[in-house]
Write a protein that binds this ligand. Structure first.
Ligand code: MN
Ligand code: MN
Length: 287
């Protein structure tokens, strides 16, 4: 049953997030954490819904380590760990922010956490998505920070991570009502900056957008199943992955997700849960 798959995917994603939080320590390699967590999700019987994201400081989202990446976590790093599990197309998407060896950004982290808690309290059949956004904005501003205005939560559909509807992090005035059976992720981003992110450089996360044209595309479709994948996935599936990457870029077979950074390079914290809305109220799958 669909609901059960959402629940099971949520449990696995939540477990991986908690394990990942413990691993984010000074001197630990980003690559080891990402690979360990992706293997962990698979070992529990789910697929990864997207590559493990480890975005640091002013990076809000969409950084995943490339193959052979040597960088380690450093003192003072503000790390957004964002990961996902998928079972039969049902996706769990969850994130939290960890500070490495310092407590400088405790309030910023708390602002995004509390914004998510308050947002979830508002979730009910018939409520507008803008009312949820309003709650997020109010909570984050109470802490003296700004929400990131151009990043949103999103509905989840079968094998679709970012489906049709958005969950704004402020009151955008939309009149979209929540309905029973809806699965979605709410993800408040709090920042010390004005609250707009820019995507200027391509990262290591991509999506297959054309399934035909080259033989390798069939294999890419098989391992990615319509979901985002990374250059690490490519490198594990093809020895000539760098040629494939260039070819796919040239022919626009892949969509490349840019690393999203706060426009003035200010700090960003994020917290995210997946929710399945039933008639009687929200079920948070990734607690
Ligand atoms: Mn996420
Ligand atoms: Mn999300």
């Amino acid at each position: 049953m669909e609901f059960d798959d959402y629940v099971d995917a949520g449990k696995i994603a939540s477990y991986a997030r908690k394990e990942g939080k413990k691993m984010i320590q000074e001197g630990e390699k980003l690559l080891s954490v990402a690979e360990y967590l992706e293997d962990l999700i698979r070992s529990k019987g789910a697929n990864i819904a997207f590559p493990v994201n480890l975005s640091i400081n002013n990076e809000a989202a969409h950084f995943t380590p490339p193959p052979n990446y040597e960088a380690t976590f450093k003192e003072g790093d503000l790390v957004k760990l964002d990961l996902g599990a998928e079972i039969n197309g049902c996706i769990a998407d969850t994130a939290e922010t960890v500070e490495v060896s310092t407590n400088k950004w405790e309030k910023l982290i708390k602002a995004s956490q509390e914004a998510l808690e308050n947002a979830i309290k508002k979730v009910k059949v018939g409520v507008y998505t803008s009312e949820i956004g309003r709650e997020i904005e109010i909570t984050i501003k109470k802490y003296g920070f700004n929400p990131v205005y151009n990043l949103t939560g999103h509905t989840l559909e079968s094998y679709v991570l970012h489906a049709g509807l958005s969950f704004p992090n402020y009151n955008d005035g939309s009149r979209v009502r929540l309905y029973p059976g809806m699965a979605f992720a709410i993800e408040p981003f709090a920042t010390t900056g004005p609250g707009r992110v820019k995507g200027l450089e391509f990262g290591n996360i991509m999506l297959l957008v054309k399934k035909e044209g080259k033989e390798y595309l069939t294999k890419v479709h098989q391992f990615s199943r319509g979901l985002p994948f990374s250059t690490r996935d490519l490198s594990k599936n093809f020895t000539n992955w760098q040629d494939i990457l260039k070819d796919a870029e040239h022919n626009k077979y892949f969509y490349f997700y840019p690393v999203l950074k706060e426009g003035r390079n200010e700090m960003v914290a994020q917290t995210e849960h997946t929710i399945y809305l039933r008639e009687d109220g929200p079920y948070v799958t990734t607690l």
